[in-house]
Write a protein that binds this ligand. Structure first.
Ligand code: HEM
Length: 184
């Protein structure tokens, strides 16, 4: 735990997250609120499989809560999320992160029976650094070697991953998939 995030704030946010996860429909609520907040954001999720996405966000939030706590694995995966959200991939505009955190807070208020303004402040404090980190990657990444290492990490369904995350042409995808398979 670093000095920037107090243990009290971490505990408040983490306990609130536990209550939200135990409340049916928390992730569906969050994504409905986020999509309703901006038509451009709604379009980004037009083809999303939310069964999968909800689980990815649950893991993503766990990581955000762990981020910067000297947890190498969490920090490494955060680096992958930062890359996938850059303008070369998902193209998540920096201004959309306000919608993201505000929508998350509305969903928490609905699903955490103990929600208070102190808990909201704790969430915002604990997530601020991770959000800034992902947001600051907007103009970075997208080199082929980074794509390759991402594929490597994401195995096993390399072709689907190449299509989804790298946005590359079929010939380059095939080349990447062959290289990653050869490296394994
Ligand atoms: C810091 C906050 C955020 C976290 C922790 C987060 C987390 C994630 C994770 C874990 C995934 C799946 C794996 C990956 O992409 O690496 C994902 C996918 C995605 N995220 Fe985020 N995200 C954040 C903010 C945003 C924002 C602000 C937007 C847009 C408003 C956004 C849009 C998307 C989209 C469109 C996908 C792909 C959905 C699909 O597969 O169809 N994310 N996010």
């Amino acid at each position: 735990m670093t000095a920037t995030i107090t243990k009290a704030a971490y505990d408040l946010a983490n306990d609130s997250f536990g209550r939200c996860c135990n409340s049916d429909g928390f992730f569906d609520s969050f994504y409905s609120i986020l999509r309703a907040s901006n038509p451009d954001i709604a379009r980004m999720f037009a083809r999303t499989d939310f069964t999968k996405q909800n689980e990815l966000l649950r893991v993503g939030l766990d990581l955000m809560l762990m981020y910067d706590h000297d947890n190498d694995a969490a920090n490494q995966i955060m680096a992958k999320i930062r890359m996938s959200h850059s303008r070369h991939r998902l193209d998540v505009k920096p201004e959309f992160y306000h919608n993201w955190i505000d929508s998350l807070m509305v969903a928490c208020e609905k699903h955490d029976a103990n929600f208070t303004s102190d808990i909201e402040n704790a969430w915002r404090e604990v997530l601020a650094k991770g959000i800034d980190y992902i947001k600051s990657g907007y103009n970075e990444g997208a080199g082929k070697s980074e794509c390759l290492s991402y594929l490597h990490w994401l195995d096993p369904d390399l072709e689907a991953v190449a299509r989804q995350w790298c946005g590359l042409s079929k010939s380059i995808r095939d080349e990447l998939v062959a290289k990653v398979r050869a490296a394994n």
